[in-house]
Design a protein around this ligand. Structure first.
Ligand code: BJW
Length: 246
C-alpha cells in the first residue's frame, strides 16, 4: 500500500526523488473552515482586539486578566464540540502516512487540529492554546481550563504566576533551530493559509527557495510573497489540498 500510494503521489512526480523531504508551514487559513477566526481578515481577531493589548508581553504585564480572557475565550471555543479538523488537516495527515519522517509540519496555529487529524510531526512555533507556562521557571504544563492571574505554579518554592504558552510579538518563536535545519534540507516547501506578514515565518519561503527547494503556496488568493512561490493553488484549502494530495 505504501509503495502504491507513493507511486501515485503527485508529490513524487514533482520532485523526481523517491522520498522528498517536505516542510509545510501552516497558518490561520487552514483552520478557518473549521470555524476558527483568522487574524487579518475584515472580521478577523485583530479587527476587535488591539495587538499591543493582547499579543505582547507588555500587554500581559499591564493587564493579565484581559490577556487571559482573550485566550480563555479561544480555548473554550477550541474545546467546544463544533471545532473539528477539516479536509485540509486530514489531507496533510494522509500525506504524512506516505512521507513518514520526511514530512514536517510547522504551524503558526495554536490550535490542535493537525494532531487531531492524525499528523505526528508538528512544531507549534507560536505556542499552544492548551498549555500554559510558569512565568518564573518557564516550565510548560497542559491546561484545559480558564486561566486567571490568581492561578499559580506548583513548580517553584514560592508559587509564581502562569501565562498562556503563546509566542507574542517581540518574543522568540519556538524550536527555531530545528525549523531552519529542516528548511535547509527540504526538497519541497509548502505554505498553506498564511498571509506571510509575520516574521520569521514569512521569511521561510525565501530561505527554502535559496537552497533550491520547490516552493508552493495554497491560499484563497496570491499573497504578498507570491513571487517566492514557484507554484500556487488558490481557493479554500479544504478543497485545493485534498485535490492536490490525491
Ligand atoms: C485561507 C482560507 C482558506 C483564509 N483556505 N487560505 C517591525 C517592527 C516590530 C517588529 C517587527 C518588525 N518587523 C518584523 C518584526 C517582528 C515581528 C513581526 O513579524 N511583525 C510584523 C507584524 C511586522 N515578529 C515577531 O515579533 C516574532 N518574533 C520575532 O521576530 O523574534 C525575533 C527573531 C528574529 C530572528 C529569528 C527569529 C526570531 C513573534 C511573532 C509572534 C506572532 N504571534 C501571533 C499571535 C500569537 C498566537 C495567537 O494568539 O494565536 O501569531 S500574531 C498572529 O499572526 C499569530 C499567527 O500565528 C501569525 C500569522 O498569521 P497568519 O496565520 O498568517 O494569519 P492571517 O490572518 O494573517 O492570514 C490568514 C491567511 O489565510 C490569509 O492569507 C487568507 O487569505 C488565508 N485563508 N481562509 C486557504 N479557507
Amino acid at each position: 500500500l505504501r509503495q502504491s500510494c507513493f507511486e501515485d503521489a503527485r508529490i513524487a512526480k514533482l520532485i523526481h526523488k523517491p522520498m522528498p523531504k517536505v516542510v509545510i508551514l501552516t497558518g490561520a487559513g487552514i483552520s478557518a473552515e473549521s470555524g476558527i477566526a483568522t487574524f487579518r481578515a475584515a472580521d478577523g481577531l485583530w479587527e476587535n482586539h488591539a495587538i499591543e493589548d493582547v499579543a505582547t508581553p507588555e500587554g500581559f504585564q499591564r493587564d493579565p486578566e484581559q490577556v487571559n480572557q482573550f485566550y480563555n475565550a479561544r480555548r473554550r471555543q477550541l474545546k467546544s464540540s463544533g471545532i473539528l479538523p477539516n479536509n485540509a488537516h486530514r489531507a496533510l495527515a494522509k500525506l504524512g502516512t506516505v512521507l513518514g519522517d520526511n514530512l514536517l509540519i510547522v504551524t503558526q496555529n495554536i490550535d490542535n487540529l493537525h494532531e487531531r487529524a492524525g499528523s505526528p510531526n508538528v512544531i507549534h512555533m507560536h505556542g499552544e492554546l492548551l498549555k500554559v507556562r510558569c512565568c518564573q521557571s518557564q516550565q510548560v504544563i497542559n491546561w484545559h481550563e480558564d486561566l486567571h492571574p490568581s492561578d499559580r505554579c506548583t513548580c517553584c518554592q514560592f508559587p509564581a504566576p502562569l501565562r498562556p504558552h503563546i509566542v507574542w510579538f517581540g518574543e522568540m518563536p519556538l524550536q527555531m533551530e530545528g525549523i531552519y535545519q529542516a528548511i535547509a534540507e527540504c526538497d519541497i516547501f509548502i505554505a498553506i493559509g498564511t498571509s506571510g506578514q509575520v516574521y520569521p515565518a514569512a521569511g521561510f519561503v525565501h530561505e527554502a527557495k535559496l537552497q533550491g527547494a520547490q516552493t508552493i503556496e495554497f491560499n484563497l488568493e496570491p499573497t504578498a510573497s507570491k513571487e517566492e512561490f514557484i507554484e500556487g493553488h488558490y481557493g479554500p484549502a479544504s478543497q485545493t489540498l485534498p485535490a492536490w494530495v490525491e
